[in-house]
Design a protein around this ligand. Structure first.
Ligand code: HEC
Ligand code: HEC
Length: 296
């Protein structure tokens, strides 16, 4: 908070407390002075039952003073007056940090023990997998789904098909640094609607979902020229570039002619955000083991 606003808030808070004290003392002194007719409030019940303008009862006013004293005490102990931190320097953030450190101290030995294990053993260790599963539930399900089966554009992590590689190192790199897939649009370069149609047909024929049509030969030539650099001449893909295998039945964006046409015409840029800094090495490795265990 800039110094001016800190002082502004502090002055406002203190002035308000003083004003409350004044208001309540003033209200405590109000009341009928002489018990003459003019001191009646003017309400009449049952013909002749009238009411003095009596002050609020003392015990009631004392309750107000007690709450004011409480507020003053509170603002001395806790942050509340402008930028003043309170006597003990308590803050929400500080408390959060403290709780995080306590959790860290509790879990760190568990993570250390797992860190010493081989990856293959981690994948089979029920405790490690359970811990990985709970981490996954906290950090990954928003995109990959609670069953890790993904959705259009978000890969299914339970199958044996890996866009970016399935080794310990590959999966850890995926989680740590994230992945940015780059599939550029191809409509213009392929040249015509017909060429795009032929390419869609050719791609579908690679996985055997449709028969290769008349244009498949010219599409194959274009595929070799334009697509093979990433998807390989056979179409089996390249995990280094995240270029998917086009010959299998796993599709990130769908297997329909329409979905494939959209991919070819407009390109795709799937992004897996980096989590390394935030998760740390040990938790990342346990998550990698969990994700790998899903595909087994
Ligand atoms: C620069 C490398 C590169 C080139 C060249 C390239 N692609 Fe891709 N392609 C990718 C990447 C990376 C993805 C994954 C996109 C993502 O994950 O968002 C992809 C995805 C696809 C998909 C979607 C697969 C799925 O599972 O849904 C199809 C279909 C496809 N490419 C076809 C082609 C065709 C046809 C060509 C040539 C005209 C081509 N690609 C050229 C890198 C490339
Ligand atoms: C904001 C959404 C988002 C979150 C959160 C997210 N992911 Fe991803 N993840 C993606 C997308 C999108 C891809 C595919 C990127 C591409 O198109 O190549 C992906 C890809 C992956 C892959 C690569 C799969 C393969 O076939 O190679 C793994 C492994 C993975 N994520 C694990 C995780 C884990 C573990 C977490 C939790 C720490 C996580 N993801 C959190 C969106 C997300």
């Amino acid at each position: 908070m800039p110094a001016f606003w800190a002082w502004f808030v502090a002055a406002g808070t203190i002035a308000f407390v003083i004003w409350c004290v004044y208001l309540i003392s003033w209200a405590g002194k109000q009341g009928p002075q002489n018990k003459e007719d003019e001191d009646l409030v003017g309400h009449v019940w049952d013909g002749d039952l009238e009411e003095w303008n009596n002050p609020a009862p003392k015990w009631w006013l004392y309750l107000y003073f007690i709450t004011i004293a409480w507020a003053v005490g509170y603002m001395i102990v806790y942050p509340g007056i402008g930028a003043f931190d309170g006597l003990f320097g308590w803050s929400q953030e500080g408390q959060y940090e403290q709780e995080m450190q306590a959790a860290e101290a509790r879990y760190e030995p568990i993570y250390e023990a797992f860190a010493a294990m081989e990856f293959e053993d981690l994948v089979k260790d029920p405790d490690a997998v359970a811990l990985g599963g709970s981490l996954f539930a906290s950090y990954c399900t928003t995109c990959h789904g609670s069953d890790a089966r993904g959705a259009t554009g978000y890969p299914n992590l339970t199958d044996a098909d890996w866009q970016w590689g399935s080794s310990e190192k590959d999966i850890i790199t995926t989680i740590t640094n994230g992945r940015n897939a780059v599939m550029t649009p191809w409509a213009q370069i392929l040249g015509s609607d017909e060429a795009v149609d032929n390419m869609v047909n050719y791609v579908q024929s690679l996985s055997g979902t449709v028969e290769a049509g008349d244009g498949a030969e010219s599409a194959r030539t274009q595929f070799t020229t334009f697509c093979a650099a990433c998807h390989l001449p056979t179409g089996t893909g390249n995990p280094v570039l995240g270029a998917p295998n086009l010959t299998d039945s796993t599709w990130l964006y769908g297997s329909s002619a329409e979905a494939i046409r959209t991919t070819i015409e407009q390109g795709r840029q799937g992004q897996m955000p980096a989590h390394g800094e935030f998760l740390g090495e040990n938790r990342t490795r346990i998550l990698a083991a969990y994700v790998y265990s899903l595909s087994q």
